[in-house]
Design a protein around this ligand. Structure first.
Ligand SMILES: [Zn+2]
Ligand SMILES: [Zn+2]
Length: 176
């Protein structure tokens, strides 16, 4: 068994059941005239907890094949469901409109139709206050300007072996 499989404990259907979204998804699928086989495929996909703090969720496909849906669980409940349905719409758009091909036109008409059928805003991205706070609380001082003392804050350290200049004053940023 591949080691990653150990972490794939949750499937898309588990989330749908837990959040009581089954009829919503089935009605959308009927409305969209989708092949029922698509739904069973989607239900069996892994739903992975994402640790990316800047993204609410993502749909992952490789070489035209759906791999998984990733969801950042540290967001507000209402937004969590909205994000899940947003990514689910990508997966359904891929399988029903672009089967077997690399997924393209992520927020095109095909995706928008699925989004509307699922009852969510057909807009590009939501924003989570909780996630934004989480990002801010994790920002660390990674460099200090030796001229003006400005502190550069980031989530991750700066790569070493490069020189960084503080654009506002022209001073050198010294990694800490
Ligand atoms: Zn999207
Ligand atoms: Zn400076």
């Amino acid at each position: 068994m591949h080691i990653a499989a150990l972490y794939c404990l949750m499937k898309v259907i588990d989330f749908i059941t837990e959040k009581k979204l089954q009829s919503r998804v089935e009605i959308a699928s009927v409305r969209q005239n989708a092949d029922p086989a698509i739904l069973s495929l989607v239900f069996g996909l892994p739903l992975r907890k994402s640790r990316a703090v800047r993204r609410l969720g993502s749909y992952v496909a490789r070489s035209g094949v759906p791999i998984e849906i990733r969801l950042q669980f540290s967001q507000e409940e209402e937004l969590l469901i909205e994000t899940f349905l947003h990514e689910l719409a990508h997966c359904l758009d891929h399988l029903s409109n672009q089967a077997g091909q690399p997924y393209r036109k992520a927020h095109g008409p095909g995706w928008r139709n699925w989004a509307v059928a699922l009852g969510i805003e057909p807009s590009r991205c939501g924003e989570s206050r909780v996630l934004r706070d989480l990002v801010e609380s994790r920002l660390k001082v990674v460099a200090v300007c030796i001229d003006c003392g400005y502190e550069l804050r980031r989530l991750r350290k700066l790569p070493r072996r490069r020189r960084y200049i503080h654009p506002q004053c022209g001073g050198r940023l010294k990694p800490v």
